[in-house]
Design a protein around this ligand. Structure first.
Ligand code: NAP
Length: 282
């Protein structure tokens, strides 16, 4: 297949490039390609002629979006419009990667793909507007919501926890923020299967199960054999610019109907840490 990947240097983009290496790929990322450039990105995509566009590029700094909403709207909303127009022009289908933050975190039951959304921050609103534009402009699209993502690359939550643990005697992590840690390679594998099927619509593809940031950090330290080196302190109400959901569990109903299931987050975390050489004695 001919596949264009936006955000190809990001966490998910890198995983997609590995997983889809047997296909013809167009890697779209700054500085070579800017998705906010309607004409330029349209020309580049038309020249390549993809059958599918996997649109992962976004401004992902959730607190930063509160300080620079114009950038967030330009990239996450108008950039998505531009990718949808490019898909229209060459008859490609499009996967739009969205987020659990489209939900407000008030519901204790798992969210179905079809539940009403209620985004609470600039980042969440811009990602939700990207969903809406995708729905309005395209007929052949997949909207795929994922959650707390980590993968290859120098910066992610796992590496941050391990770095802080090596620098400090104690570490505070919030207990009142609950979600699903999600391994980029698992998402890439699921997307590789999804694009083979004309089963357009909205999907939830985080790793299964939920935990708090505190639980996640505790598991990272345990797997790295660093649990005794640093005291992990539970905290609440960590002050930050953006309002983030307190509790989001997303049920995978639609993809599971196609046989696409995500493994539990602990299993995926162990696999990532083994591959990255971060396990104790690993
Ligand atoms: N990270 C999470 O926890 C999480 C959770 C749920 C959903 N998601 C969604 O999943 C997707 C992938 O996330 P990720 O963590 O892989 O993101 P990421 O690592 O931040 O990568 C995003 C990539 O997009 C690029 N980009 C930004 N603006 C661009 C532009 N104008 N033109 C072209 N490329 C541009 C970035 O380049 P620069 O680095 O140079 O800006 C970066 O390489 C995003 O859509 C995100 O909203 C992420």
């Amino acid at each position: 297949m001919r596949i264009a990947i936006t955000g190809s240097n990001g966490q998910l983009g890198l995983a997609l490039r590995q997983t889809l290496a047997g296909h013809a790929l167009l890697n779209i990322d700054l500085p070579d390609y800017d998705i906010t450039d309607l004409g330029g990105i349209g020309d580049a995509v038309r020249l390549f002629g993809p059958e599918v566009i996997i649109h992962t590029a976004a401004v992902t700094d959730v607190d930063g979006c509160e300080h620079d909403p114009e950038l967030a709207y330009r990239v996450n909303v108008l950039g998505t419009r531009n990718m949808a127009v490019a898909a229209q022009a060459c008859g490609a289908s499009m996967i739009y990667i969205s987020t659990d933050y489209v939900f407000d975190g008030a519901q204790q039951d798992p969210h179905w793909e079809y539940d009403p959304t209620h985004p609470q921050s600039v980042y969440a609103r811009t990602k939700w507007l990207g969903e809406e534009l995708t729905r309005q402009l395209l007929t052949r699209f997949y909207i795929v919501r994922i959650a707390w993502l980590y993968g290859d690359g120098p910066r992610n939550f796992v590496r941050t926890v391990l770095r802080l643990a090596s620098e400090r005697d104690s570490l505070s992590m919030v207990t009142d923020e609950v979600g699903s840690p999600t391994y980029a390679h698992d998402v890439a594998g699921a997307l590789a299967r999804l694009i083979q099927l004309p089963a357009y619509g909205t999907y939830h593809l985080p790793n299964s199960g939920v935990c708090s940031r505190y639980d996640w950090a505790a598991e990272i330290l345990r797997l790295a054999g660093a649990a005794n080196q640093v005291e992990l302190l539970p905290s609440e109400n960590y002050a930050r610019a953006a309002q983030v959901p307190k509790y989001v569990e997303m049920r995978n109903f639609a993809a599971a109907e196609l046989g696409i299931r995500m493994r539990p987050w602990r299993e995926a975390l162990q696999d990532y840490m083994a591959r990255a050489g971060l396990l104790q004695n690993g």
